[in-house]
Design a protein around this ligand. Structure first.
Ligand code: SF4
Length: 426
């Protein structure tokens, strides 16, 4: 199915199955589903995600809309086997068990779910407790991704997180008791004023919790966030990139010693426990994002839903109303999208592929696009290989250890040139 822009909005148009799908998809029949829950109890100071505090009263109507969107996309996805389902946010762990039961049942009813599918849910330590955790496990959620960020209370306060370090330790124990044997813990390093030793303490204490998976991201001060405002006012210093680089280097060594595989710039896993859902994104395989602000890559097109939860609920209702009246209709929840051209697809494949520690298979790239990466990116590849940021290993092209620290320098050079301005200079 293709979503095309018409005067009336975005409408689904049926194509022969997988006609526009990516040639090296895990298989053209596999699909990942993402369901976005945009509500949070409070907005963390560094967060620029599509998440909102104080809108919990919208949750019942929002769940209804999400259930309808699950159904709306089902005909288009009927040829696909769904390998991963991911409830992200926002804070999906705020969703009550009845709503979660309805959502998981709808996904199972309307999609062909692989028997060994990965069902992930993002959670905050404060929202989960024994019964809720057991309930989620009973619904088939088999992977929890818990937002830990730090195991120092003063750092959690700086980030405006709602939990304590002690609560993290408790919740991990409760999740184990509820039967979760696949836990990701999210951490942030490079915090303002954080010396290497404090990060080391957080990581060492995290390792004692024996997570199957770890995501460790450097703090990024994003425009529009409360943290950005405080830094701009001079109330807080900028994070120190040199300390963050030292922390990252130490993390790579320490996690390797502890038996974790570094498989993506910011992600480590025990053998066999890589996040299958996120691999879909990094390999540019098809995924459908449902809910406010969710992004999709489907049938060779990229598109995104409207961000505001109330507008999303209205748009889903408008779509349903139009279909009731006319028997077909536009997908009014889609705010915009594009059909990426070949140059964009090639750049995506290189940039996303280089995020993976295994890098890009040059033969795989050539099979997919009919042209070798060197023929497209030769100059940039040679330059960054010369600078020691890229390295070749047989068929693979990957970031070097130094390249992992300076990945953005490489990625910028792989972006396609902007289109030539038209006669009017636009
Ligand atoms: S809980 Fe997560 S999504 Fe919500 S505000 Fe904090 S960082 Fe953002």
């Amino acid at each position: 199915m293709v979503v095309q822009r018409t005067a009336a909005g975005w409408v689904p148009r049926l194509l022969p199955p997988h006609a526009a799908c990516y040639a090296d998809s895990v298989s053209a029949d596999s699909l990942s589903l993402y369901l976005h829950i945009p509500f949070c109890t409070s907005k963390c100071g560094y967060c620029d995600f599509n998440s909102y505090e104080g809108l919990g009263h919208l949750a019942p109507g929002y769940t209804e809309a999400l259930l309808h969107e699950v159904e709306l996309w089902a005909p288009a996805a009927r040829e696909f086997r769904v390998d991963t389902v991911f409830f992200g946010g926002g804070t999906p762990s705020l969703t009550n068990l009845d709503d979660m039961a309805a959502l998981t049942a709808a996904v199972r009813e309307h999609y062909d779910i692989a028997p060994n599918a990965e069902w992930s849910l993002e959670a905050n330590p404060t929202d989960l407790e024994g019964e809720h955790l057991s309930g989620l496990r009973a619904l088939g959620i088999n992977r929890l991704s818990i937002g830990v960020q730090s195991l120092h209370d003063d750092e959690l306060e700086l980030l405006e997180r709602a939990h304590s370090a002690e609560r993290v330790v408790e919740v991990v124990g409760e999740a184990r008791d509820a039967g979760f044997d696949n836990l990701n813990l999210d951490l942030i390093f490079g915090l303002i004023g954080q010396p290497l030793a404090r990060w080391q303490q957080t990581l060492e204490r995290t390792l004692e919790l024996r997570p199957e998976h770890l995501s460790c991201y450097a703090l990024s001060v994003e425009p529009g966030t409360a943290l950005h405002y405080r830094v701009a006012k001079g109330e807080l210093d900028e994070p120190d990139p040199d300390i963050a680089a030292d922390q990252y280097e130490w993390t790579r060594t320490r996690l390797s010693e502890a038996g974790y595989e570094h498989y993506e710039l910011s992600n480590w896993a025990r053998p066999g426990q890589r996040c299958r859902h996120n691999l879909t994104y990094w390999r540019a395989y098809p995924y459908l994002g449902l809910g406010a602000g969710a992004h999709s890559l489907f049938a060779g097109q990229r598109f995104a839903n409207v961000d505001a939860p109330n507008r999303y609920v209205e748009a889903i209702e408008e779509t349903r109303e139009e279909r009731r009246r006319t028997g077909s209709g536009t997908l009014r929840q889609i705010a915009g999208g594009e059909t990426p051209d070949e140059a964009t697809l090639q750049a995506d494949a290189m940039i996303l592929g280089l995020r993976l520690i295994d890098g890009v298979s040059t033969a795989g790239f050539e099979r997919r696009f009919g042209v070798a990466p060197d023929a497209v990116f030769g100059e940039a590849i040679e330059r960054h290989a010369g600078l020691g940021l890229l390295e070749r290993d047989g068929d693979r092209l990957r970031l070097s250890g130094r390249g992992l620290l300076l990945s953005n320098e490489v990625f910028i050079d792989l972006l396609p040139d902007p289109p030539e301005p038209d006669a009017a200079g636009r």
